[in-house]
Write a protein that binds this ligand. Structure first.
Ligand SMILES: O=P(O)(O)OC[C@H]1O[C@H](OP(=O)(O)OP(=O)(O)O)[C@H](O)[C@@H]1O
Ligand SMILES: Nc1ncnc2[nH]cnc12
Length: 186
């Protein structure tokens, strides 16, 4: 992974203090999505983490995980599974969880997931609440988790340890301390 590419991708992701709540350093991917070259580089970096794994399908979490997950699924030429917020998916099963700034529910369709080795992709790993719920949903639906990957990991929060403690592998591209304001990754 070239340091230059990581720094170029990182520079497009703004840090917004106290959004959406006091004390949260929000990493805003809007600038990355608006930058075709860096966006492509970010998608390629996420693809690199997945390309040699045994994967039948890629899943992404509503909403930002759809963008990055679909890009990885496209590159792998594999099916994409939506893990959605409530009441959007017919014939789905649900699980509630806590994240860095609130709580939520996610849902998945059993039919799309059953019997598949699923690679989970999201933009960011913070407390790991969302990612752990996604892993559990895949298993509740009869699938297996092939691994998880994220463009951004916030160090100092229990995301990675929460997932690894349950045996899920974690791959991340850009690491920052949770309270840091820098856009240059570690
Ligand atoms: O590790 P955690 O503490 O669970 O936080 C990470 C999650 O938070 C954000 O999603 P959010 O629920 O804000 O939804 P969005 O994708 O619709 O913006 C982000 O896209 C991750 O899914
Ligand atoms: N600090 C953060 N920035 C962007 N998305 C997030 N999701 C959870 N924590 C976040």
């Amino acid at each position: 992974m070239s340091k230059q590419v990581l720094e170029r991708v990182g520079a497009t992701i703004a840090v917004v203090p106290h959004f959406p709540k006091d004390g949260i350093m929000f990493r805003d991917i809007s600038g990355l999505l608006a930058s075709p070259q860096e966006r492509e580089e970010a998608f390629d970096l996420l693809y690199q983490a997945a390309k040699d794994k045994q994967i039948d399908a890629v899943a992404g979490m509503d909403a930002r995980g759809f963008i990055f997950g679909l890009a990885v699924a496209e590159r792998l030429k594999k099916p994409f599974i939506m893990i959605r917020k409530p009441s959007k998916l017919p014939n789905s099963i649900a699980l509630s969880y806590e994240l860095e700034y609130g709580s939520n529910t996610l849902e998945i369709q059993k039919e799309a997931t059953q019997g598949k080795n699923v690679w989970i992709v999201d933009d960011l790993l913070a407390t790991g609440g969302t990612a752990l719920a996604a892993c559990q949903l895949v298993e509740m639906a009869g699938g297996k988790v092939a691994g998880t990957s994220f463009l951004v990991e916030l160090d100092g929060l229990p995301g990675r340890s929460k997932l690894e403690a349950k045996g899920y592998s974690v791959h991340t591209v850009l690491n920052y301390d949770v309270d840091s304001t820098t856009v240059v990754p570690k």
